[in-house]
Design a protein around this ligand. Structure first.
Ligand SMILES: N[C@@H](CCC(=O)N[C@@H](CS)C(=O)NCC(=O)O)C(=O)O
Length: 230
């Protein structure tokens, strides 16, 4: 049976998005595409119901409950007031707009957040392919040395050179966007935020972004809570 847990208490932010959302996702520690959505809700102080499927039970639910909710039979899936929301990045952008924050205020800021997010979408697809490959022992280390290094360098270069990114710790400078959470989470899932940021020591601008995300009061509280599963 998937586990269900109510996280946080209802707040004004729940009103802004229209209630208490339910997330359907893997019980994969605090990792993956679904975790980025949890992170946004944690930062915004949104209460949510967290339904977690173990990897063993998921195939059975994929055929039934998940494919009834989502024609592509993927998770994350959100239920909110009788509505079903699918596609994690569209979901993040949707909540950002509803909250009136997390996606920049000018067109240039919105474009830049979306562009940086798109880079991470490409990276995550390749990360998942390598990490969950049948031949993980060989393929994942190769991914880390080639593909991952290329994405780290590209993101570092963008953050060090774009006018918005040079004006503060986040992608658009002083204000966090959903894209910072997307970027933070891939760095976390590739085990680069842990162990004193050892894995990104050559990318100081990425370290600055990770430090800024982890210093946010609600994220800090989340990382120290029993909701954070590593
Ligand atoms: N573009 C989709 C991709 C969804 C996706 O690939 N989800 C993965 C987990 S992160 C999944 O459902 N894997 C299990 C499966 O495909 O059966 C999104 O961003 O939501």
């Amino acid at each position: 049976m998937p586990s269900t847990k109510r996280c946080l208490t209802e707040s004004a932010a729940n009103k802004a998005i229209g209630g208490v959302p339910t997330l359907h996702y893997f019980d994969f520690q605090s990792r993956g595409r679904g975790q980025v959505i949890r992170l946004l809700w944690e930062d915004a102080g949104i209460a949510y119901d967290d339904i977690r499927y173990s990897f063993e039970e998921y195939p059975e639910y994929k055929k039934s409950r998940v494919s009834e909710m989502n024609p592509t039979a993927n998770i994350p899936v959100i239920e909110l007031n009788g509505r079903i929301l699918t596609q994690s990045y569209a979901i993040l952008r949707h909540f950002a707009r509803q909250l009136g924050r997390y996606d920049g205020s000018t067109e240039e800021e919105k474009y830049w957040a979306d562009a940086m997010c798109d880079i991470v979408i490409d990276w995550r697809t390749l990360f998942v392919d390598a990490f969950f490959s049948d031949n993980q022992k060989e393929i994942y280390p190769k991914h880390c040395q080639t593909t991952r290094a290329r994405y780290l360098q590209a993101l570092e270069t963008h953050l060090k050179s774009h006018d918005l990114s040079t004006s503060g710790p986040y992608i658009i400078g002083k204000n966090i966007t959903y894209a910072d959470m997307v970027l933070y989470q891939i760095l976390h899932d590739e085990n680069l935020t842990q162990d004193g940021r050892k894995g990104i020591k050559d990318y100081p601008r990425l370290v600055q972004l990770v430090d800024a995300v982890e210093s946010r009061p609600n994220i800090k509280a989340f990382l120290q809570s029993d909701r954070y599963l590593g």
